[in-house]
Design a protein around this ligand. Structure first.
Ligand code: MV4
Length: 614
């Protein structure tokens, strides 16, 4: 690999990650080029860069996701390389290949080949299996027939996870809890794979009921050096969206930590991976684990997927290792060798990252719909890092994802981080825009989280959500729509445009509920999660309280629940066909099906009762 000395790098992203990468460039004396959409013309990453190029209108598909516009800006600015950040084009192998082929611009990331190999989940599983990395018992080839699923369930037991080959993040997984569900769930998983990922291939895994999400940071160069930089525990998630990440994991013994770290190294070496990446694992939690106890070396852990990009939460690892991961991304792309051995890497202390999202946690984490930062006064002091692209007075840009900043808190141990986190969050003054800071303050007082016993199901299935409303009341700084006498109706549904599925979220203030049919013609659709969000998230069609009603006129395609069934949050109760789309109607919380008011092929109008969950 030839070495380069970059004079100028284009950052193909926005917000906090764009500024974060630009800071690494500045440290190395490299000039920076920002790209921005019309919506971001006054944004912080544009202010920070040495030069900036408009790449299109607000809609991400026409700007931050426009391959040619980005490459053209790189060539016009005479940039030597492109850093994609996370989200947007960061894991787009096609775009990476175009940059690789553009003679005068270097791609800062893994090769497009490595991205392609690891993006296909069954191929990734085969590679990991070949490197003696534990994979969840399951198939490494796609399955097509219900009989294959039933035979797997007979052999390994239920529940069985049916996963989309092209899936990842929070999308593309169906859980089969009973042999009778096999046919419907297989068909649904294939349909969803086709609709969301243009790929209806699915594969099987035994479903783990109470996993922790533990991921290992990797950096690998073009000289055969592969290092792991320890792990991060990302088990606190809401609908597959990470909220608080920390390192090291409070649940792992040192022996288990070593096993997982070395497994990650073997796996990426086998995949011929270079640059920064993250190997995700599911670790089986012991629900009887006592306070202070950790999971021992016999604990089962399994490969989940590789994230072929820098992640939102990379800062946690930087704080506990002292290694600037983004600077090493730039050096590796320049052809330099890693200057540290695996033994040189020491994990010192503890760190937590609090994602500062412009959302109202008391309103199902509904994103803010606008506003200006009339007050923006971040915390400081020992062990407090803030990654953002904001200043007081900035208008909130709502065209992309809702994360506006990251608060990373470091301390000698987890106890100090929790105390320091409470102080920093209390200091963090934001007015004019609602944020989830009250939710974070609640978590630092939550027994299960403070004890480190939370699993990936905690927020979706166990936390009493009234406590979130109390925290919002106590620490929130924004009057929310709910505080006014204005009626606010939120609707989430999935629509299809030109064969692509989009999640659309509507907030109706005051006015009578929008007629969904009329809305069809007026709704401006854009790719859901059009921001640089690094994790996908799933969307459940909303359920009001214990009554589950139809959010739109349509036909019931299939009913997956019977009276008396126990359902968990996210379980599909039925599939409603509307606007040529299949919409999963899911349970919003754990409960028992008390009434099934519809059957297959029935027509329903908006507001019709479908189920009662007790
Ligand atoms: C699983 C699982 C249990 N067993 N696979 C969620 C999204 C995608 N990354 C894979 N996910 C899961 N796969 C098996 N065999 C549980 C999840 C899961 C999850 C995983 C990590 C973090 C949060 C999660 C939330 C719900 C489900």
């Amino acid at each position: 690999m030839a070495t380069h000395d970059f004079d100028k790098i284009l950052i193909a992203n926005r917000g906090e990650i764009a500024v974060r990468v630009m800071r690494a460039c500045e440290d190395l004396g490299i000039n920076t080029v920002a790209v921005y959409s019309e919506a971001d013309k006054d944004s912080g990453h544009v202010r920070y860069a040495d030069e900036a190029y408009n790449v299109g209108p607000a809609r991400a598909a026409d700007s931050y996701l426009d391959h040619e516009a980005i490459i053209d800006a790189a060539q016009r600015s005479d940039a030597d390389a492109i850093h994609p950040g996370y989200g947007f084009l960061a894991e787009n192998a096609t775009f990476a290949a175009k940059v690789e082929e553009a003679a005068d611009v270097v791609w800062i990331g893994p090769s497009s080949d490595a991205m392609g190999r690891l993006g296909e989940k069954t191929h990734a599983r085969s590679i990991m299996d070949g490197a003696d990395v534990p994979i969840v018992p399951g198939t490494t080839e796609p399955v097509t027939d219900p009989e294959e699923v039933s035979e797997f369930g007979d052999e390994y037991g239920y529940p069985v996870a049916i996963k989309a080959e092209g899936g990842g993040g929070g999308r593309g997984m169906k859980v089969v809890r009973d042999p009778d569900e096999v046919k419907e769930q297989l068909e649904s998983a294939k349909r969803e794979g086709e609709a969301y990922f243009d790929n209806d291939s699915v594969y099987l895994e035994r479903y783990l009921e109470n996993p922790r999400h533990v991921e290992v940071q990797i950096v690998a160069d073009h000289h055969g050096n592969v290092r792991h930089l320890g792990e991060r525990d990302c088990s606190l998630q809401r609908r597959h969206q990470k909220v608080i990440e920390e390192g090291p994991s409070p649940a792992l013994s040192d022996e288990l930590r070593e096993q997982i770290g070395e497994a990650a190294r073997r796996g990426v070496r086998e995949a011929d991976y270079t640059n920064a990446g993250t190997v995700e694992f599911l670790v089986e939690e012991d629900l009887d684990r006592k306070d202070g106890a950790v999971l021992g070396p016999d604990t089962s852990f399994y490969f989940l997927e590789v994230n072929t990009r820098i992640q939102v939460e990379h800062c946690v690892t930087e704080e506990i290792t002292g290694i600037d991961i983004v600077k090493w991304q730039l050096r590796v792309a320049q052809g330099e060798a890693l200057s540290f051995s695996q033994d040189d890497i020491e994990i010192e202390g503890h760190a937590m990252e609090f994602r500062i999202n412009a959302e109202n946690a008391a309103e199902e984490f509904a994103p803010a719909t606008g506003g200006a930062l009339s007050t923006y006064d971040p915390p400081g002091g020992v062990g407090v890092r803030l990654d953002d692209a904001l200043r007081q007075g900035d208008e909130l840009v709502t065209d992309y994802d809702s994360m506006i900043a990251k608060l990373i808190v470091y301390g000698a141990d987890r106890e100090e981080v929790i105390a320091r986190g409470k102080r920093a969050l209390a200091e963090f003054e934001i007015e004019g825009v609602v944020t989830i800071i009250p939710f974070h303050r609640l978590m630092l007082d939550d027994e299960l989280f403070v004890g480190g016993h939370h699993t990936t199901k905690y927020l979706d299935e166990q936390l009493d959500h009234s406590r979130i409303a109390d925290a919002q009341e106590r620490w929130g700084t924004e009057s929310t729509a709910a505080d006014t006498d204005e009626e606010v109706t939120e609707r989430e549904f999935t629509v299809e445009v030109n064969g692509k599925r989009f999640e659309v979220e509507l907030e109706e203030h005051g006015a009578p509920p929008i007629d969904i049919d009329a809305a069809n013609t007026e709704t401006t659709t854009r790719p859901a999660h059009a921001g640089p969000d690094d994790d996908d998230s799933t969307t459940a069609v909303s359920a009001e309280g214990e009554e589950v009603t139809a959010e739109m006129q349509g036909t019931i395609l299939e009913v997956n629940a019977e009276e008396g069934d126990e359902v968990a949050a996210g379980d599909v109760l039925c599939v409603l066909e509307a606007m040529k789309m299949e919409n999963d109607i899911v349970a919003e919380a754990t409960g028992t099906v008390e009434q099934v008011a519809v059957g297959p092929d029935e027509s329903v109008d908006m507001g019709d009762l479908l189920f009662v969950i007790g």
